[in-house]
Design a protein around this ligand. Structure first.
Ligand code: FES
Length: 345
């Protein structure tokens, strides 16, 4: 099915597969379409149907509430074409031919492990290696569930046939319910990716500030692994603020501990506890990790210098946390163009 994207640039026409979200078809074709979450939460992929017929794949997608649906507005990540159609997209849409384009794949779940009482990690083993950048994510799907959920890759390698993911148990979260119901080792998951522009580029001559809530830390771990492997910490500092509810909710602390040790203290990691006031300044088991009380963006606000210079910032987590962190960073002098973020609803 042909879909034409009109914007302030030349119109682009691409072919959609049966049932495929028009956003995914456009990204597969290399178009620079606007999106953040790719799963119906943020509203960034808004477009207006000029002609043709589209169907909404997930009628309860939270971001639909932000649209003027009576005027033909749709979420491209939640719309499939039922006929050839023309969509009007804000901004300029161009074709990027050089970067790695997302595509469909599937993999088998291996090595499931519990990180806390409500956080699981697992590996997804693909038949062929996938190239991805540190900080990118993929939309994972289960054949028996409608739609997909976005998860960031935790590991980093230029290409890898093993992708590491972390999932927090969420009430009513279909994929998390499915994963936590029993041991899913050996089961198949569909994947669309890699996605996301909140990526780390090792050539950047900048210090890093990373702020994440809960499982939003996944992509930050990948960024730090890449920064460490590329020698970034020999020239630049990095400050990581990781928000969880209590000390028992922290995970990947062994990895952070190793990264801090390997950075010769160029990397600072602060675990922000929103629901527990520890009397200790550092983690009892991992003393290279500092402790603080409060919401993660408030903790970062109190500890960052009034004027942050030469900084690239990465923010990941639930939308209110991300919005609060972005406002705080701008207040500390970080240019909005230097803040990359992923919102996971
Ligand atoms: Fe479609 Fe976020 S990208 S709602």
């Amino acid at each position: 099915m042909d879909v034409t994207f009109e914007s302030r640039a030349e119109p682009c026409t691409i072919g959609c597969r049966d049932g495929e979200p028009v956003l995914f078809a456009g990204l597969r074709a290399g178009l620079t379409l606007p999106y953040d979450c790719a799963t119906g939460t943020c509203g960034m992929c808004k477009a207006r149907v000029k002609s043709g017929e589209v169907e909404t794949l997930w009628p309860d997608a939270p971001a639909l509430a932000k649209l003027q649906r009576d005027k033909g507005d749709i979420l491209m990540c939640q719309a499939r074409a039922l006929s050839p159609c023309v969509l009007r997209v804000p901004g300029q849409v161009a074709c990027e031919g050089t970067r790695v384009l997302p595509d469909y794949d599937q993999g088998r779940i291996t090595s499931v492990r519990a990180l806390t009482s409500d956080v699981l990690a697992f590996d997804l083993t693909l038949a062929a290696p996938l190239a991805f950048a540190a900080g990118q994510f993929a939309v994972l799907s289960v054949p028996s569930l409608t739609g997909g959920r976005a998860y960031s890759m935790v590991n980093f390698a230029d290409t890898s046939s093993v992708l590491e993911f972390v999932v927090k148990k969420r009430a009513g979260g279909a994929l998390s319910d499915w994963l936590f119901a029993r041991d899913r080792t050996g089961e198949l998951l569909g994947l669309f990716g890699p996605l996301g522009r909140a990526t780390f580029r090792p050539g950047e001559d900048r210090n890093l500030v990373c702020i994440a809530g809960g499982s939003g830390i996944a992509g930050i771990v990948s960024i730090l692994e890449h920064a460490s492997a590329s020698g970034h910490f020999a020239r630049h500092g990095a400050r990581v603020f990781f928000g969880v509810r209590t000390l028992a909710d922290g995970f990947y602390l062994d990895r952070f501990d190793r990264l801090v040790a390997g950075s010769n203290w160029a990397l600072e990691v602060v675990l922000a506890l929103s629901h527990e006031n520890s009397s200790q300044p550092v983690h009892p088991e991992y003393p290279r990790i500092k402790l603080a009380h409060g919401f993660v963006h408030e903790v970062a606000d109190a500890r960052l210098p009034a004027a942050c210079e030469n900084v690239s910032a990465f923010v990941a987590g639930p939308p209110p946390m991300v919005d609060g962190a972005i406002r705080m960073l701008i207040g500390h002098g970080v240019a909005s163009a230097s803040i990359r973020y992923d919102k996971f609803g």
